[in-house]
Design a protein around this ligand. Structure first.
Ligand SMILES: Cc1cc2nc3c(=O)[nH]c(=O)nc-3n(C[C@H](O)[C@H](O)[C@H](O)COP(=O)(O)OP(=O)(O)OC[C@H]3O[C@@H](n4cnc5c(N)ncnc54)[C@H](O)[C@@H]3O)c2cc1C
Length: 510
């Protein structure tokens, strides 16, 4: 291998998507990079489990914004298509309501228009409202993409410098996401569907700013995708990229501390006592747990970070059934009768919901290899509060919620679901926290809440240690696979800027 031009070593703590993306980007810029991951495989929350012929994706199931993945491969002079295959999912979502209405979301305008005609009201009016809503969402997306995404902006001041006052006021933060949806649609089913796009960042449509209505756009303009062979093949593809670039990856290696000297970090110490010196540490462990556990920061400092509160957690129920529920699409939503009450219960009261909106994935609609023939593979995910350390729920509370969820699904058409279960596997927030060291079992990092944090996540560079950087769902631009992958690339940009523009490394030819 050709010797890298930069004589600097980066240790990346954690092989989640943000860590892998930072590692590949930094290596492509000529840094020596060593990734240390506590688990037995890379991918973090992008994870899988095989049980009796059923292949369960434990984490993400919806792949959006392929451009932010493609740019990672391009940085390394490679083509994503040589590592990861994508296929479109159609319809995008199937939405089930308690009144019996079933409504699909389609990317193709003519099919979407036909779906809207199922709703009460004048179809032409509904279509005009839908188009106006997408146009508004597109304008919000373009604004956010121009600075917050592409320039990797981290706080209000960087935003002001980039956008100026005039542009900032074009971003819809006067209304909540739900208020802006209500300004576009009177039809209650459509309100519920578009509010639930907040699922993509695990927050509440009542507390997130209006510009979060860019999320439907992500899907309607750039598609909703499945990773061929199963979502974990994305982690496998990234693993191959790191290998081709010459990044060292140590599995089953837990970091016990990030070591420091004054305002700098000097490397990390593993739980087995091994010390890994580094010029930079990029931490993919979530920001709050890292400051608490790896840096042992004092309570006054941690208090200042409280605004970066965790996004929601979930119970993740994987079922193998000995029959196929033909009415399901790949991605399905079963709506709460009162979605605002659901948001309030989970995000304000911190309670387990009585009647949650439920997300259900049936991947065999796109990939029959995920269950034996004649069987179904169902992943069921209601959003719930993260763990409150002062007042945690007991395991029996999560099991009681699971039973309420099964009751609702049986009532809404999955007849005799319980009788057909042949494989069952339940993850609770306690498991999610244990597996990935996420804050309170959060599944999307930091909550997007206008009043609490103006929808900002933690900054990429530590405010305390000049050569410590963070990446992943708890860092801007936040949670979800594309954002974590984008974050890693933006962390690299900040480190490169800090280093000055030296010669790029000569990397091994693709
Ligand atoms: C159930 C579920 C469903 C989801 N659905 C979707 C979806 O459909 N679409 C979507 O885009 N996103 C989805 N997400 C969110 C998405 O998975 C995450 O936002 C993203 O994968 C997080 O990446 P990350 O970089 O924050 O790293 P993480 O995945 O949080 O990984 C962090 C890594 O760091 C390791 N680590 C932590 N501490 C240490 C330490 N001290 N030493 C060594 N290693 C350490 C952990 O083991 C882990 O591997 C879902 C998540 C879950 C859990």
């Amino acid at each position: 291998m050709t010797k890298p031009a930069r004589n600097k070593l980066v240790v990346v703590v954690g092989a989640g998507l943000g860590g892998l993306s930072a590692a590949a980007s930094l290596r492509a810029e000529g840094f020596e990079v060593h990734v240390v991951e506590k688990n037995e495989r890379i991918g973090g929350k992008l994870n899988y489990r095989e049980i009796d012929g059923f292949g369960f994706d434990l984490g993400p199931s919806i792949f959006t914004l392929p451009q932010f993945f493609r740019s990672l491969w391009e940085r390394a002079g490679r083509r994503m298509e040589d590592y990861v295959g994508l296929e479109k999912v159609s319809p995008h979502w199937r939405n089930f309501f308690e009144d019996g209405l079933v409504l699909d979301l389609h990317e193709e305008p003519d099919r979407m228009k036909a779906e809207l005609a199922k709703l009460p009201g004048d179809p032409e009016t509904l279509w005009r409202q839908f188009e106006a809503f997408l146009a508004y969402g597109r304008a919000q997306y373009d604004l956010v993409d121009d600075g917050y995404f592409r320039k990797g902006l981290d706080n209000v001041w960087e935003m002001l410098r980039h956008y100026g006052w005039r542009m900032i006021f074009k971003m819809d933060h006067k209304h909540s996401m739900a208020e802006s949806i209500a300004n576009h649609f009177e039809e209650p089913h459509l309100r519920s569907v578009f509010e639930y796009f907040i699922k993509y960042v695990g927050s509440s449509a009542l507390d997130a700013p209006g510009y979060m209505n860019l999320m439907p756009l992500i899907q309607f303009d750039y598609g909703l995708w499945y990773v061929k062979g199963g979502m974990y093949n994305l982690a496998r593809g990234l693993g191959r990229l790191l290998n081709d670039l010459g990044v060292e990856v140590s599995l089953n290696s837990e970091v016990a501390s990030i070591d420091r000297s004054g305002r700098s970090v000097t490397g990390v110490t593993l739980t087995n006592g091994q010390i890994l010196p580094a010029d930079y540490v990029v931490c993919n462990m979530e920001v709050l747990p890292a400051y608490r556990r790896l840096l042992d920061e004092p309570p006054a400092f941690l208090e200042k970070l409280k605004k970066f509160a965790p996004a929601c957690s979930g119970i993740v129920l994987h079922l193998g059934t000995d029959r196929v529920y033909e009415q399901l699409a790949h991605h399905n939503f079963f709506y709460s009768k009162e979605q605002h009450k659901h948001f309030d219960t989970v995000f304000k009261q911190g309670k387990l919901p009585e009647d949650p909106t439920i997300y259900l994935v049936a991947p065999t609609r796109t990939d029959p290899s995920k269950a034996p023939a004649g069987h179904d593979n169902l992943k069921i995910l209601p959003h719930i509060p993260p763990i409150d350390p002062e007042n945690p729920f007991a395991h029996k509370d999560y099991v009681a919620l699971k039973e309420r969820v099964l009751d609702k699904l049986e009532r809404m058409g999955l007849t005799d679901l319980r009788k057909h279960i042949v494989v069952e596997d339940l993850l609770t927030p306690v498991d999610i926290e244990r597996m990935y060291y996420s804050n309170g079992g959060s599944i999307y990092g930091v909550v997007s809440d206008w009043k609490l944090n103006q929808a900002f996540k933690a900054p990429k560079q530590s405010s305390k240690y000049r050569n410590l950087f963070f990446t992943g769902g708890s860092v801007n631009p936040g949670g979800g696979m594309p954002m974590a992958v984008l974050c890693g690339q933006k962390v690299c940009d900040r480190i490169v800027k800090r280093e000055g523009r030296g010669a790029r490394a000569l990397l091994p030819a693709p």
